[in-house]
Design a protein around this ligand. Structure first.
Ligand SMILES: [Ca+2]
Length: 308
């Protein structure tokens, strides 16, 4: 148990050259630009048109989804029973958005960092049967503590900053031509389709498992930045809680959609989930309330790096 807690207790440390480093178990996402949402070539997955976005700061992203073991090391109550066949390395699932932000605050508290979410009028305990808060206020992107990624940060990190197609069977993209059906002459005349050379999404994502069946985090191939299970396994909550229309209006720099005061928040999760048949980086799933629990959903946390 002590070994499991250690990564949570390691704060940002300086690396040679004076640059802040990410905590153990996190990877660094450098500032940069990309296009969020499904590219035009992908069909039928999203009503949100692709939009250019820029992340203006470096940040640290947890390499894996938060696990049962990590949740247990930080929180008093566990929200859901561990699925059959799982152990402490499985992603925590069935966590409400509110519980996920409470967990992020707990990590900040343990390291003496400011909480990124102000929770007021809360009843019950995170992980308990009826945890609720009257008010949740996000401290903003300059908060140095732990928090959920923004919708933009999540997709940027999941794509490892690239808008290139990554898998030959990524949802929504045209299927690659079936070379087996081509005649020998056609195979000779046609240049090889570059998509055929891409790996299957099965090499990096648990999906199409026929139920809420989760696997130990980090067991498949990571993305180019070293993040595991961004697609599949559990869906992942993001900070944004604004109205759907907000995503078509955000500025290009550091976009964030938050509910207006008094507006009922809408929460979002990303990356698809274990029993979804097809997965896409650009797809956004929305969820009207923070309850009831949905066993498709877990989360990972991020932490912004201070400017050098
Ligand atoms: Ca995931």
């Amino acid at each position: 148990m002590i070994a499991m807690m250690l990564p949570l207790l390691v704060g940002l440390s300086a690396v040679p050259g004076g640059e802040a480093a990410c905590p153990e178990g996190f990877v660094r996402a450098p500032a940069g630009a990309y296009t969020r949402g499904n590219p035009a070539e992908e069909q039928g997955l999203s009503e949100w048109a692709p939009r250019p976005a820029r992340v203006s700061y470096d940040f640290c992203v947890k390499a894996t989804e938060v696990t049962y073991g990590e949740w247990r090391a930080a929180m008093r109550l566990v929200p859901t029973e561990m699925p059959q066949g799982c152990d402490d390395r499985c992603p925590i699932s069935g966590v409400t958005w509110l519980e996920a932000v409470a967990y992020a605050n707990r990590l900040s508290e343990r390291e003496g960092l400011p909480a990124c979410y102000a929770l007021k009028g809360c009843q019950g305990l995170p992980g308990g049967p009826a945890y609720s808060c009257e008010e949740v206020a996000f401290a903003g992107l300059s908060c140095p503590g732990y928090r959920l990624p923004t919708d933009t940060e999540w997709e940027y990190a999941a794509r490892a900053g690239s808008n290139e197609r990554q898998f030959r069977d990524e949802a929504g993209w045209p299927a690659p031509p079936d070379d087996k059906k081509k005649t020998e002459k056609a195979k000779k005349d046609d240049p090889p389709d570059p998509v055929q050379g891409l790996p299957s999404v099965d090499t990096a994502a648990w999906h199409h498992t026929g139920g809420a069946r989760y696997r130990a985090v980090g067991s498949l191939a990571p993305n180019a930045w070293g993040l595991y299970d961004v697609l599949g396994n559990v869906g992942e909550w993001v900070t944004d809680d604004g109205d759907r229309a907000c995503f078509t209006e955000t500025p290009e720099d550091d976009p964030l959609c938050l509910a207006a005061p008094g507006e009922r928040p809408r929460h979002y999760f990303r990356g698809g989930y274990s029993f979804e048949p097809s997965l896409s980086f650009g797809r956004r799933y929305d969820w009207r309330a923070s309850e009831p629990r949905d066993d498709r959903i877990g989360f990972r946390v991020v932490r912004r790096l201070p400017a050098p």
